[in-house]
Design a protein around this ligand. Sequence first.
Ligand code: GLV
Ligand code: MN
Ligand code: MN
Ligand code: MN
Length: 411
Amino acid sequence: MSPSSGIDATRFLHRLRTLAAIGRDDQGRRTRLAASDADRAGRDAVAGWMREAGLAVEIDWIGNLIGLWCPAGAQGAPVMMGSHIDTVIDAGAYDGCAGVLAGIGVVEALRDAGEIPARPLAVAAFTNEEGVRYAPDMLGSLVYAGGLPPEEALATVGTDGTRLGEELARIGYAGPQAPGFLVPHAYVELHVEQGPVLEREGIAIGAVETLQGISWQEVVIEGTANHAGTTPMSLRQDAGVAAAGLVTWLRERARRGNGRSVATIGRLRLEPDAINVIPGRAVLTVDLRDPDADALARLEADVAARLQEIARAEGVAVSVRRLARFDPVTFDPGLVRAIEAAAGARGLSTRRMTSGAGHDAQMMARLCPAAMIFVPSRDGISHNPREFTADADLVAGADVLLDVVRRIAAG
Ligand code: GLV
Ligand code: MN
Ligand code: MN
Ligand code: MN
């Protein structure tokens, strides 16, 4: 196989579109939450494609789906590719799926060319990367890398009151393998950037060298539900006002930080949620991120202090539950250079970058050398059905993945 030959683009893109149709409702909203019926249908399709590509399909206790190609002559720890196929609510078509399907395409490209790697290859679709139904995010790869005991992860209660372990069993993806049953030689993940940098700079390939820290918390504010007409303004314990105070303060705090912090309140529920009742309870999520570990810790401390001030000022009670906490990650410098070299050899422009999003690669980096390949996202939009990456960019990224894997699986 010549080094410039690539993956079968037609097959790769066709599978991407097929997967994108799974979990789309009649309004066109695509949602494949982890361990849901739609996730099962997506997993069934991916497992089928893995088998078509000659991969032996393994499933571990936490539902991670791993295809293994171990051709005669290949030995040692496998080179692993992968990502996830679960989605957020009303998602795009590319987040996660591109990396899983490109991995399958890489195996097929080598097989079709009769090119036998010295090491086995593996392709993983990790469970619950998004963390929308079950927290934390990257849960499947976190368990795989030994960062969370499987029993604890399986007992996680979702936003809909279900238990992850029961839901995995229900959809037929509670497998027999112990998480971490294969410790890879290296892990490489292709992913859409989900941000504006590559497109804005006209660069084809991001060689991801770092990934920012992530902190998720759930905040519950308890006030007093009372009559909207009879309760004087000075005598209220309004949980809604307290929550709104945090929302607006947090944006300003993130802005006046180091210029790199981002902060989001993505969920906010008021109870009892009625026009003429003062909110007695507010439940909200806080998502804080920063590439600098100390800056992230300061941001968390400021949120905690602000919540105390709000509690005093509004006369409400505040409680906080941690949902996820991951420090920034530095990827393997040798792999990052291999990505740059592979892209350069194909005449593709590259830049090093920090990932703003969380990814399975950050968990796999605990287990083996890991790195990521980013391709441009149009208008930097993601976690939105308008998420879009051009076919040519996706294929270029998959070809770089092929070349990197070919190189690191050679010995
Ligand atoms: C997952 O996509 C995250 O970065 O929140
Ligand atoms: Mn993703
Ligand atoms: Mn995502
Ligand atoms: Mn993610």
